[in-house]
Design a binder for this molecule. Structure first.
Ligand code: ATP
Ligand code: ZN
Length: 502
């Protein structure tokens, strides 16, 4: 295969960086990751590799640490520009601060930002900024790279009506046709759709040689524990040709790394995967280190500012807040309800997916609260009927098996549901003020702005009356509540019960 190769090249890739500028920690020692060590690894490959090199990212650079709260993705971008990325796909979290911020990011990026299945209305700030694909030249050959983004991003993030997401498969087929018409040698899909959809693209769309993915945070090959899919994975396309699939887990813990050989037809005839752990033994790039220290200074202040304490561990674990009542879910919902009592707030419903970290017993800092509630959500109130509350709860428990973010954390009432019943009829009772909730009565619900806008499928809020975005920032409201109620003793007291039908 080696003699016959028309092109050999090396590809380095990452995805789901999620603002992990600093290393991922194990207690107080670095476990792995961090852009300073990633930079060293990339530079080593650049200086030692004779083959053409491509460096790409499959999306979700935004959201996940205090760096994102402070710098809205611009700190991450500074490092991405300096590492010499050549393309990136728009991930769902790239919409977390709205379209104007994403447009600033794309304008300042020294590399193209891609998605072929995102469509914006004419005159949108994003109009004309991102591209469906890019053609790069490697070893004298034109390589087509197109991007696609999770189809349900409109529901997963707050994208607003100016942005529409269309079929990933249809967009992939269109891009292959366009890139083939442009005479490219081979085609790479740079995707933020999750590995299952990557496999579907491989099986259903001809003309793609390599899929570099993100979104499902899937460790492959030697990354993390055993039982992973191999790195790389190979799938036959509709013509029986091999498609190589890779993804690089998350948070820059590892650096995805492939060496490929293509034949005259642009088909991959040899592939060697050698992803590297971004291990603490790798020397950190000194100029990156210096810059990180400067950028981290205001964050360290947030981390050091104690606002209260808890005598119990506050449970924000992803697997828990998305499947059951937790004491941290109760605390957040209680704070929301208390803050809106004087505006007529009667019950609170907030999405478990909006709670992104736990807080261990002990002192609580501003930084910790911001890590629990990083989205910058505001409190919103709306008047809906008891029947609509019921419908909202049905939506909330409709995907509990998959741990979707829509699971409700609540205050001011209680309910029982049976997860073995069909979706849409799982809620078996709703209790308000000690009695069955009156389905015709109107209740003022406090929720967050994301849900009021229909996020996580909560359509019943959009149907209510007197919708109001209070402008009160959820993280501030929770901080204030913790300060006033320390030491916190919140418990999961049975607001949400699972009652199996008999
Ligand atoms: P990925 O990096 O793969 O996108 P993720 O955890 O962000 O990971 P999901 O597990 O799909 O992706 O989580 C998305 C969930 O995050 C949504 O279902 C919702 O519950 C929550 N979420 C997203 N954006 C917001 C927001 N602006 N406000 C509140 N909650 C949000
Ligand atoms: Zn994602």
């Amino acid at each position: 295969a080696q003699e016959a190769a028309a092109l050999r090249m090396r590809i380095l890739h990452t995805n789901d960086h999620h603002s992990r500028i600093e290393p991922v920690m194990n207690g107080s020692t670095p476990l792995h990751g961090g852009v300073a060590r990633r930079k060293t690894l990339i530079d080593q490959v650049r200086s030692s590799e004779a083959l053409p090199l491509l460096l790409v990212d499959a999306g979700d650079v935004f959201q996940g640490t205090l760096f994102f709260n402070q710098y809205n993705g611009m700190a991450d971008l500074e490092f991405y520009n300096a590492m010499g990325y050549e393309a990136m796909t728009i991930g769902n979290h790239e919409f977390d601060r709205g379209t104007t911020l994403l447009s600033d990011f794309i304008k300042r990026a020294t590399f193209p930002v891609l998605s072929a299945n995102i469509h914006v209305t004419a005159g949108s700030v994003l109009d004309g900024l991102y591209k469906p694909h890019v053609i790069v030249e490697k070893g004298g050959k034109k390589i087509g790279i197109f991007g696609v983004t999770a189809e349900d991003t409109g529901e997963l993030a707050n994208t607003g009506s100016e942005v529409q997401f269309t079929s990933v498969i249809a967009a992939a087929k269109e891009q292959v046709a366009a890139l083939q018409a442009a005479g490219v040698f081979t085609i790479i899909a740079l995707t933020h759709v999750g590995i299952d959809v990557d496999r579907q693209i491989a099986r259903e769309v001809s003309g793609i040689s390599l899929i570099i993915g993100g979104h499902s945070h899937t460790p492959m090959g030697p990354m993390s524990s055993s039982g992973n899919p191999p790195y790389p994975e190979l799938i036959a396309n509709p013509d029986g040709k091999p498609v190589v699939i890779v993804t690089d887990w998350e948070w820059g813990r590892w650096l995805g790394d492939l060496t490929l050989a293509f034949n005259q037809e642009g088909t991959i005839v040899d592939v060697q995967g050698h992803p590297t752990e971004v291990a603490p033994s790798i020397e950190a790039d000194p100029s990156f280190e210096q810059r990180i220290q400067v950028l981290a200074a205001p964050l360290n202040l947030l981390r050091a500012t104690v606002i209260g304490s808890s005598s119990v561990d506050l449970d924000g674990a992803r697997a828990n807040v998305r499947t059951r009542e937790t004491n941290l879910g109760n605390l957040v919902a209680d704070a929301m309800l208390l803050k809106t009592r004087n505006r007529g707030g009667q019950i609170a419903i907030t999405n478990g997916g909006g709670i992104r970290a736990s807080i261990p017993a002990g002192a609580i800092s501003i930084g910790q609260v911001l890590e629990v509630l990083p989205f910058g959500n505001t409190l919103a109130t709306v008047d809906i009927s008891g029947a609509q509350v019921w419908a909202a709860l049905e939506n909330g428990v409709s995907q509990v098996e998959s741990g979707a973010g829509r699971f409700p954390q609540i205050a001011g009432f209680s309910f029982t549901y049976d997860p073995t019943l069909p979706v849409g009829s799982r809620v078996t009772s709703v209790t308000y003020a000690g009695a069955a909730m009156d389905s015709a009565a109107i209740f003022r619900v406090v929720t967050n702005d994301f849900m009021l806008a229909g996020g996580d499928g909560f359509t019943s809020f959009a149907q209510g009356s007197n919708p109001l975005n209070t402008g009160l920032i959820l993280a501030d409201v929770v901080q204030e509540y913790i300060s006033a109620n320390s030491p916190i003793t919140a418990v999961a007291e049975g607001r949400i019960s699972v009652g199996l039908a008999v």
